[in-house]
Unconditional design. Sequence first.
Length: 263
Amino acid sequence: MEKANNAKSHNNGQEQILVIIGPTGSGKTGLAIEVARELAKLRGVNIAAEVISADSRAIYKGMDIGTAKPMPDEMQGIPHWGIDLVEPNDRFTVVDFQKYAREKIAEIQKRGRLPIIAGGTGLYVDALVYDYHFTNDVKKTCSDRSEMCANFVLVGLKWPRDVLKARLLERSYKLFAQDIEDECLRMVEQYGWDSQAMKSDIYPIVWEMMRGNISREEAIRLNATDDWHLAKRQLTWFKRNKNINWLELAAAKDWILKYYSKN
RNA sequence: GCUGGAGUCGUCUAGUGGCAAUGACAAGAGACUGUAAAUCUCUCGCGCUUCGCGCUUCGUUGGUUCGAGUCCAACCUCCAGCA
């Protein structure tokens, strides 16, 4: 994180890939889109970057509200990848993600654009950044996490604890203001509770609410604390990664734009 | 005002003579290279020289007991029924 030199310094002339990470609700998606737009302006092109989501939930089709997935209107014309890849009852693992993301990175670079990886699934990000090798046999020695591939730049979004908590609660209110019941019903009908995708996330809570076991207000709070638990786990995961440049939202945007305008 | 019931860790809760005291949630820390928004571990009265020791706790104040969250009395608060 300290070598903020030239974005093209490594990896034979190819621009370094931007990785935006942070806990859920930290604003990764929005930042990625903003950066992509600003970059396009700076470079005088229509599209300068494309976003690859590294989110283990957004890959599922139909789970839109519950995953706070970026919707087409939010994307503002910036191509997004890694969203709606499989059905909720399909099996999708890190390996699948790694393969998929590598393909997309290559394609985006071929178009002369910057790949921006945005996501909170630490394992997915690490599989890419640290070049994890997966074998057909189960266990395999870990590669040293300090040996990051040189062609990535990691920016982490940091927030004061209470502020992030407040954001999560606020987001939960917004979520429940949408037709989450309908989405939940559709998912249950189509895939049942057995699918891995339905077992977590907001759906069990919504279901409890629909059955009248908890009030709407309780559901909203429950969901927010679930998110907070997740955020803490994500933070624990990222904490050990010493290559992350932790910045607050506004500072992160400035830093990134500065970093990529040194061409 | 009378009669029942209840007051235990941030919250809910177990506990009728051996208890620093059960469980859940919240909170905190952490692990995690094949479903990761998953899965799993630890801490959680206070203080220590922490596989142990010390101190202070179960509404309040006294009492009975070797010993009380547990029994008794009074008082305070809350809920319910009667006035």
